[in-house]
Every structure is written in structure tokens, then in C-alpha cells.
Design a protein around this ligand. Sequence first.
Ligand SMILES: [Ca+2]
Ligand SMILES: [Ca+2]
Length: 138
Amino acid sequence: MFTEAPGIPYSVGNSPIAITAADLNGDGFIDIATANVGTSDVSILLNNRFEIFSPGKTVPLTIYSFPFDITSADFNCDGIPDLATANPGTDNVSVLTNNGAAQFSVTNFPVGTLCLFNGFFVIILLIRYNNPHRSDIQ
Ligand SMILES: [Ca+2]
Ligand SMILES: [Ca+2]
């Protein structure tokens, strides 16, 4: 049986459409990130260890990128989880590299129309190829 966590609902950017969970600040507690299609940004909610998430760091993405999906993995192999969004508005993927304190630098990678699926729905699929220590995006 599930019970509501204290303090919910948490505020994020406009029209959150996808969510991922990872320990983004290295304190051992799983945090939350949302892709907000309405504001073209990512919201970070840090877990304060008591099932309460502190609201609202916002990581802006390119205007009109409309991120439809988000995932977390260690994309640069530094042992710190990063984030990535699929952006149908700008036909690219944004990789949000984490410095370990839940502060992110954004790099965009063009993927053309491969970012689109069935017109609107976008999925990021992580596949580990030959190197089990490296995460790739397909
Ligand atoms: Ca954490
Ligand atoms: Ca990393």
C-alpha cells in the first residue's frame, strides 16, 4: 500500500511529461528530475532523506525544444549520474552533465527526425554496447 509523501504535490516547470530518478547530488538518496515540455526545461527535486523533496532547481534547455522524455545514466564515465532529454522541438538530444552537486552543463546533440516517433511520442532507450561501463543513447 502506498501513502502520499509529505508536502506533495511538488512544483516543477510547466507541463511535466516525463520523470527519472537517480542520486544526482551523491548523498545516497534518490532524487527526481522531470522533463517539462511547456517550459523547455528540466526540474530537479533533491531528496532530503525524509521522503521530502526540495523544490526546484531548473535547468533551462534551448527555447522551443519541448523535451518529451528524460533518462539518467553516467554518460561521461566519471561515476556521477547525468541526465538526457529527447527534444522534438529542436530535433536533438540534450545531455545534462552533472558535476556531482546536481549542477548541470547542457550539450546538445543533433539527431534529426530520429528524435520523433509516431509524430509526437519520444523514447530514449539506453543500450550498453560492448563496453559495460559506458552508456549510449539510441
Ligand atoms: Ca540525492
Ligand atoms: Ca557522469
